[in-house]
Write a protein that binds this ligand. Sequence first.
Ligand SMILES: *Cc1c(COP(=O)(O)O)cnc(C)c1O
Length: 521
Amino acid sequence: MKYRSTRGSPKLLSFSEAVLVGLAEDGGLFIPTNIPSLPENWRKDWSDLTFNSLALEIFSLYIPTEEISREELKQLIDNSYSKFNSNDITPLKKIRENLYILELFHGPTFAFKDVALQFLGNLFEYLLEKKNKEKKEKEKITILGATSGDTGSAAIYGLRGKKNISVFILHPRGKVSPVQEAQMTTVLDKNIHNLAVEGTFDDCQDIVKNLFADRSFNEKHHLGAINSINWARILAQIVYYYHSYFQILSSLNITAESKELKGIYFQYCVPTGNFGDILAGYYAKKMGLPISKLVVSTNSNDILDRFFKSGRYERSKGENGLIVKETLSPAMDIAISSNFERLLWYLAYENISKKDEGKRERSEEEKVKEASNIIKEWMQDVKINKSLVVEKSILDIALCDFKSERVSDQETLDTICKYYAPENKDQNSYIFDPHTAIGVTAADRQNTSPNTYQICLATAHPAKFSQAVEKALENFKEFKFESILPKEFIGLLEREKKVIFVERAEPSSVKQTIENELDIE
Ligand SMILES: *Cc1c(COP(=O)(O)O)cnc(C)c1O
């Protein structure tokens, strides 16, 4: 198994190389040369596996043992999920008939990004260590990233204390929520550096891009990225689609081999921003997991919802010149979706294969080349015209696997209320975070039959987004926010902090700060 760029560079990379470099040289994203299919007896053999054992089976399909032995991979997985506060790692809760919540927030920062970043942190350390084995002069890397909240804290918790890795995370000073700010800055490990930049999130992101493009700086410090396009993050997220499938079957008392499964449908609703979480569901489905549909659920930053409704992928013109709207679900406030290029590649490829039907079929190599050429053109369109349009046959292919919904802030609040105080008295009360509430709103809109089971991915713990939750529940006098606070959050804001202020939002100031810190470290 090798990895290729979506934009057609002929160079194929190993798994380790693709993980360490993150983005392909030609600006494309890495995809596996083929999507592996499942072992013949997976329904039986995997049905009782723990999350970790399932991860081992799934990762093994994408990582050759010559690169990481099975033993070592198992060790990496076990380390990565040892800090989760649930034995199931990603437990599944039934909320009402046919509706389940897949809780992805049991990691150290209480958001779904931990599932991938805990693994990625260990993987980085392992791959570096291996590279350094024969070297006198140890190679070090400097991870650099900008965050508006969730990614930064999950990356910091994934990389704290890791050997030969220094981490610099930029956040806009005073513009991330107090809990998120404290989650990042109370990590005191020597290799972790929080930079509070006097500016906006976009300023932070621009500075990061600028430093990555700065050849000599980049080469000197071996810059590395942890953003959501890293292939290892997608891979790690495939596991919970399988895990939840087996959990549902077990709660329904049927096995994956049972004939009763015919006529039963499984639909996953995924709160979506950069398209990483739901893309993992797409891979799960293409490998052979019987998912009927994946429901892309966006907030009012709805570029993806508009695509699935029209075939047009177009940056929003925005009000007041603002491209990204601020919503109650900030982790999904995006202008374009960085992982979407991967799906577009598969859509282009399938469309080419379809057109070939009944004619002389082109070779695999020719089809891959053509799909990559199409992607290059589309990405050029997005860059220059801020939009791309696909033909109907391509949209039809997308709609075989996906549906989409757009959810407003008001609907998000209504959903939090509705499930906190359900009308049906037999139904348990459940408090959603605003991101999760978007997926649940999308699920509630589906006119599904009694044979359809919907699984909503819960991407954050409600205590992380107090503003939205308190606003939604302000009329319930008995509701006390403190009652949902995890013990880890108590006293968090008062704890000792380590943060460096950067007064000018300029690449040169940040560069200077990084070099000073690396000298001391
Ligand atoms: C990052 C994030 C999302 C969006 O996930 P994508 O993979 O970017 O689509 C949703 N909810 C929360 C809480 C997040 O942190």
